[in-house]
Design a protein around this ligand. Structure first.
Ligand code: A3P
Length: 318
């Protein structure tokens, strides 16, 4: 992970001094900014994103909490949108990580440049973000652009995030025990947490603006990726034709973007993100219910109850 450049922006520096700080799971810092825990590497980019991003009505924003299926959603969205541009065999996914095809605003787009020229990007522009709904730049919420949100059950997400954080550690940072991770997660202290608030923000946006915000669950996608890929294409404004469906295009896209296929591609086995994070860190085992191998049933139940209480009355169950 690259060192953050010393920031010369006075406004930002002043703000940073006022923010509560906690230790992130990989040993870096988290800052409590606008009610969510922002990892130190992302705080300045998030600030720039909020100040400078100008949404276009054609933009697509892929939003998620970390470890909820972002990589999968990026691969599916890219493949759906570019299905007439590349044959399946020529898909850039064979040689590029989904994260290289759909950049994160907070880890890529605004990482080194506080006001990049994004007008030159081909339409539709696709960006990913972990920023909570309430903290998205107002131009996103006021424009007609589409947002796809993916979430996952809290217990699997916690386990996935814990493994991921172990892989992000640098140098002599002491590994965080799962007990410590569990405590932190229950208190909402994890990248872009608290979890329930994040999920609820997008859930409410989906209820208020269903044409603009699609809400997906990892578990539902695992259960029936075909229907969700179809639904995603409809939402994105490029539904599959009857002919495409008959020709098996949907199955082909699902196969290309499957965990098993992507995980075994050389680029995802040995490649790295520009930050140095190995691409393989985004492909662990992709299972629903993996928490069972790590957490006691009583701990899982405790966390599930906690989240359930926070979601109660919203109509959302996870
Ligand atoms: P596990 O750690 O439980 O295996 P994100 O992409 O948001 O960082 O989430 C990563 C999680 O999604 C990891 O979960 C990873 O294995 C899983 N994942 C990555 N690609 C996937 C795919 N194509 N299909 C299903 N799950 C995938």
């Amino acid at each position: 992970v690259p060192q953050e450049e010393p920031c010369k922006d006075d406004e930002f520096q002043k703000l940073l001094l006022t923010l509560p700080e906690e230790r992130n799971w990989d040993g870096t810092s988290l800052y409590l900014y606008q009610g969510f825990w922002c990892p130190s590497i992302a705080i300045k980019p998030v600030f720039s994103f909020q100040q400078h991003f100008q949404a276009l009505g054609s933009d697509l924003i892929l939003a998620s909490t970390p470890k909820s299926g972002t990589t999968w959603l990026k691969a599916l969205t890219f493949s759906i949108l570019n299905r007439t541009r590349y044959t399946l065999n020529d898909s850039p996914l064979h040689t590029t990580s989904p994260h290289g095809l759909v950049p994160f605003v907070e880890f890529d787009v605004y990482l080194k440049n506080k006001s990049p020229n994004l007008m030159l990007l081909p339409s539709p522009r696709i960006f990913a973000t972990h920023v909570p709904y309430g903290s998205l730049p107002s131009s996103i919420k006021e424009s007609n652009c589409r947002i796809v949100y993916v979430c996952r059950n809290a217990v699997d997400q916690l386990i996935s995030y814990w493994h991921f954080a172990l892989k992000l550690r640098r140098g002599n940072v002491k590994p965080l025990s799962l007990d410590e991770g569990f405590e932190k997660f229950c208190h909402g202290v994890h990248s872009f947490g608290p979890f329930a608030e994040h999920v609820l923000g997008y859930w409410k946006a989906n209820l208020d603006r269903p044409k603009n915000v699609l809400f997906l669950k990892y578990e539902d996608m695992k259960e029936d990726v075909f229907s969700h890929t179809k639904r995603l294409a409809e939402f994105l404004g490029c539904p599959f034709s009857a002919m495409e469906e008959k020709q098996g295009v949907i199955q082909e896209i699902c196969g290309l973007c499957s965990f098993e296929n992507l995980k075994d591609l050389e680029v995802n086995k040995s490649g790295k993100r520009p930050s140095g994070v190995p691409n393989s860190a985004f492909f662990r085992n992709g299972k629903v219910g993996d928490w069972g191998d790590h957490l006691s049933p009583s701990k899982a139940e405790y966390l599930e109850k906690l989240i359930e209480e926070k979601l109660s009355g919203s109509g959302l169950t996870l």
